[in-house]
Write a protein that binds this ligand. Structure first.
Ligand code: C5P
Length: 220
């Protein structure tokens, strides 16, 4: 049954946005609230798992009995995830990791010059955290990713599943009203090698329980 589906298992979940420093007072980030990842952490804990939640900067309370590791940048999240994933059974990547970071963060606040009308920031690619974990040949957990898309949901998600070597991908259409990033609701497609399953729109807390059940049934 649901309440013991993950008894004695170790689950690592990333959640929230990352912040990529431009200088000591500025950063690049996104609107991720962390709600889906935190809901998954609570649901996995309720299902009996030992849960480590690696969280970017979000305004959410840590679910009961969940071990939380706070990080800021994608690089920090990558290092924390690599460490935590070593002895886990399931890795769920719900974080909205910044794809790029400034090549270097300025040591002092960047000043605008007199008469300056434009500016540019050179960016470099961040490590793909979930792809790195899914690429492991040893200590590889069952690896689940998310895909937030605005069009061709299933095709783009299927492509990501294969490209990143994931075991499962949870796809949501972030262009729908009251769904995705900042909402309390979500509607998703779950895709794995067996096929595609649509979960009806629901509260993220409710969806998280369904997703944890599904993940447990496939992973174990
Ligand atoms: O490629 P895209 O960013 O759309 O893939 C989304 C999935 O990859 C999510 O599970 C996200 O957490 C993960 N991801 C990651 N590291 C990155 C970029 C995305 O783990 N640098």
């Amino acid at each position: 049954t649901y309440s013991s589906a993950l008894q004695g298992r170790k689950v690592v979940i990333t959640a929230g946005p990352t912040r990529e420093a431009i200088d000591p007072v500025r950063f690049l980030s996104n609107h991720s609230s962390g709600k889906m990842g935190f809901a998954l952490a609570a649901a996995a804990q309720s299902a009996g798992a030992n849960v480590t939640l690696i969280a970017g900067p979000v305004n959410l309370d840590t679910p009961p009995q969940v071990e939380r590791i706070n990080v800021i940048s994608a690089q920090d999240m990558y290092e924390a995830a690599e460490r935590a994933a070593d002895h886990c059974d399931i890795f769920i990547s719900a974080a909205a990791v910044a794809d790029f970071r400034p090549v270097q963060a300025a040591e002092q606040k960047i000043k605008k010059k007199n008469g300056q009308d434009d500016a540019a920031i050179a960016l470099i690619k961040n490590p793909d955290i979930v792809a790195a974990i899914a690429a492991r040949t040893e200590l590889r957990p069952f690896t689940v990713g998310f895909a937030a898309e605005t069009e061709q949901l299933q095709a783009h998600a299927q492509n990501k599943l294969q490209r990143k070597n994931l075991d499962m991908i949870i796809a949501n259409d972030v262009s729908l009203p009251d769904s995705g990033f900042n909402s309390d609701h979500n509607a998703v497609l779950v895709i794995d090698s067996d096929g595609c399953e649509r979960l009806a729109p629901a509260l993220k807390t409710n969806l998280a329980r369904q997703l944890i059940d599904l993940i447990a049934s496939k992973a174990l």
